[in-house]
Write a protein that binds this ligand. Structure first.
Ligand SMILES: [Zn+2]
Length: 171
């Protein structure tokens, strides 16, 4: 904000809009962080670590999942409501891309080096692919949901934004 001040005073007419726009983006980006980080860092664990272990994004102790990839209705320790948690198709896209990269890359290398028959490649890689996808499903979904909670993404954030005071355009 203070960095923008000298720029704005030199050419007030031309730069004031740019400065206001920059201030808007800065404010928009920094404001939620300044409220969020101190409030959450007391109790809540790292969202990535909690997500990888399938733990509650709020307390880090309760279970996030009720089934293999089925999200529990609420935390069994702190009671955090998970009903709004929805990672959608997010994890699947990541996993398919990553697993394909790993498997296709390995297939190409092995084919070049050992040139085994295609059926052998299939026998090797189909279970590997399945294993990677199933193995990554839960941690990926967990991380996406805990990040969603950490950044208050989704409907909750849009509702908050509507209640925010006017953006600081005076700079
Ligand atoms: Zn909890």
């Amino acid at each position: 904000m203070q960095l923008l001040q000298p720029l704005a005073t030199k050419k007030p007419v031309l730069l004031s809009k740019k400065a206001a726009l920059a201030a808007f983006f800065l404010f928009d980006r920094m404001d939620p962080m300044s409220h969020q980080v101190p409030a959450q860092s007391e109790a809540s664990p790292s969202p990535v670590w909690a997500g990888l272990r399938g733990r509650c994004p709020h307390c880090g102790k309760g279970h996030l999942f009720a089934g293999f990839v089925e999200v529990a209705p609420s935390c069994d320790v702190c009671g955090q409501d998970f009903s709004k948690a929805d990672s959608g198709d997010g994890p699947v896209i990541f996993i398919i891309m990553l697993a394909s990269l790993i498997v296709l890359g390995s297939m190409l290398v092995i084919d070049t080096v050992y040139s085994p028959p295609m059926w052998l490649q299939m026998v090797i890689w189909m279970p590997v692919m399945t294993g990677i996808v199933l193995g990554m499903m839960r941690p990926f979904k967990g991380v996406l949901i805990t990040l969603q909670f950490h950044h208050k993404a989704g409907q909750g954030k849009q509702a908050d934004a509507a209640h925010k005071p006017d953006q600081d355009v005076s700079a």
